[in-house]
Design a protein around this ligand. Sequence first.
Ligand SMILES: [Zn+2]
Length: 261
Amino acid sequence: MNDLVLKGGRVVDPSQALDKVADIAFIKGKVAAIGDNLSGKEVRDVARKIVSPGLIDLHTHVYWGGTSLGVEAELLARTGGVTTFVDAGSAGPGNFHGFRKHVIEPSAVRILPYLNVAFPGIFAFSKSVMVGENADMRLIDAREAVRVAREHKDLVLGIKVRVGRSASGDSGVKPLDIALDVAEETGLQVEPLAWQEPRDVWWLGVTEAEQGAGRREPLDTWRGLKDRGDAKKRACDTQGAEAAMNVLRLHNNNDLSAGCC
Ligand SMILES: [Zn+2]
């Protein structure tokens, strides 16, 4: 006898090329059968709902309470169907231990973290306070990142670094170089996030003439930057973005992350 049957939902499982309305039966918490007219001790009607294996969110920040941009993974899991959260470097060598002990280990959902190369992680990211963790190079110590990555090698997926206007400021792409060194030393991958969105990096890498040739969106992006008025900073940003792209091309096995932080 099945313990539980979810009845009449749209079952979507890309790993089996499955997308159909069906019942799913569970025994001891595991899927026992997928089919029609299944019965069990407990039956729940899930008609007009999607039933799927737990989703994986590849870019989250779930160090809730430890960083200003963190959200509660378990709360989200209940409403969003995500059961694995990849944390994109909320914590750095200075506070990763707390992330592990207070959030990751007690969590009912799976959290797979990147380690931020910056010592405090993404520590000041809010609407009113925005201080880049890589703007001050004193906050980056490759040895500390290597030490903590090794200490938590059973958990850490890779090294996170953000470069760009708000994340690294005048440090440019130096933090990216350090992150790549740390990754090489530890055998981990890097999740680089250049600029604020990968799209911006690309648009900034093309010439203004190209942007004007009927490509409205990059032109708007460019104009938006100009409107901010600080020519020196803009030049630095453009140079930084191009340099970041060049560094990444050298390491083209690293994919750019999609996100804003
Ligand atoms: Zn992020």
